[in-house]
Write a protein that binds this ligand. Structure first.
Ligand code: DAH
Length: 336
């Protein structure tokens, strides 16, 4: 009996190995394991086997039944994968997978958000204004004399009787007109200038404006706030310094420098060996601007500042060409 079982198994093994399609596999399954298949018949007839042999015959039959079922499943899987591979012409399953490109924040927007978050944590609110401005908000209310060179057609894009804002400072005027002090705002936005494009200039770029109006605001408050911002953004070891400058809408005006983040103030190519790099313009809001916005300049004083997002991003990431931010080269953008 055991011999017969072994023979059945050998025969099944050979036919499974020879089977070349799903139909043959099904036939073999029926032949051995089906309702009246060879093995099933033996198992059905177990009660006729003598009692002493019965357990062994039962055990071996079951083992063989399982093995055949296993071999059949295995063969079916082999055939399956062959069919899948040959069904798609030119499909090579050994090639590496294709990476899907997932969108993410542009590095300039990441930097703008980081700047905004620091000021928001200092209690500043966020304001926005239109890209297409009137001459009044972009220039006149900010105390630009009518013959100021920044109004020159070289710098400003004119669109009919409007201008594409050349800076985010008009948002100061729009907000101050609407509010009663005290208040403090930051105002991020895109700005436009009619400039030739090179490694450090672009006709579209981004600024973050900031302004605060309250009673008794002094230049030292401005210094304190900007110093905290720079240390939060670039690191506690970075130093700030303020140099006298001129802007029509601030008096006094200053330019804030930071110690070079590349050479830690030692002097390098980027800071032209000076150890310092220019970061942003700032100053005390000119009383004329406060008056233009209907704010009592006897009672209230304020400070303002404006920084270029591209410039800050260049320093943060150690990039030396602003144009990279606008080329949409996925290899560049992927590095952030
Ligand atoms: N609006 C100036 C510019 O685009 C930057 C600036 C300087 C903004 C001083 C300010 C400021 O608010 O106080 O060059």
């Amino acid at each position: 009996m055991i011999d017969r079982l072994q023979t059945i198994f050998k025969n099944a093994e050979v036919s499974i190995a020879d089977a070349a399609d799903f139909k043959s596999i099904d036939d073999i399954r029926v032949k051995y394991l089906g309702k009246s298949g060879e093995l099933t018949e033996i198992l059905k007839g177990l009660n006729q086997v003598s009692a002493d042999l019965r357990p062994q015959v039962g055990k071996v039959s079951n083992e063989i039944k399982n093995k055949i079922a296993e071999l059949l499943d295995q063969k079916k899987e082999d055939l399956d994968s062959k069919v899948n591979q040959s069904a798609i012409p030119g499909w090579d399953p050994t090639l590496p997978g294709r990476k899907s490109v997932i969108g993410k924040m542009h590095p300039l927007m990441t930097v703008q958000k980081e700047i905004a978050d620091i000021f928001k944590n200092l209690g500043f609110d966020v304001a926005e204004g239109p890209d297409l401005e009137t001459d009044y908000y972009n220039f006149l209310a900010l105390n630009f004399p009518p013959d100021h060179p920044a109004r020159d057609a070289q710098d400003t894009f004119y669109v009919k009787n409007r201008v594409l804002r050349t800076h985010t400072s008009p948002i100061q005027v729009r907000e101050m007109e609407k509010r009663k002090p005290p208040f403090k705002f930051i105002a991020p936005g895109r700005v436009y200038r009619n400039e030739a494009i090179d490694a450090t200039h672009h006709h579209i770029f981004h600024q973050v404006e900031g302004f605060l109006v309250d009673e008794g605001v002094q230049f030292s408050h401005l210094k304190g706030v900007l110093d905290v911002f720079i240390k939060k953004f670039f690191g506690a070891e970075v130093k700030t310094r303020f140099r006298p400058s001129f802007f029509p809408f601030t008096e006094p005006s200053a330019e804030m420098d930071i110690s070079c983040v590349f050479c830690k103030g030692e002097g390098c190519r980027i800071c032209k060996q000076s150890g310092w790099v220019e970061m942003m313009g700032c100053g005390m809001i000119d009383p004329v601007v406060l008056k233009n916005c209907g704010i009592d300049d006897e009672k209230w004083t304020g400070f303002a500042f404006g920084m270029g997002v591209e410039r800050i991003a260049l320093f943060k990431y150690g990039i030396d060409d602003i144009r990279l931010f606008y080329q949409n080269d996925i290899r560049f953008l992927d590095e952030f």
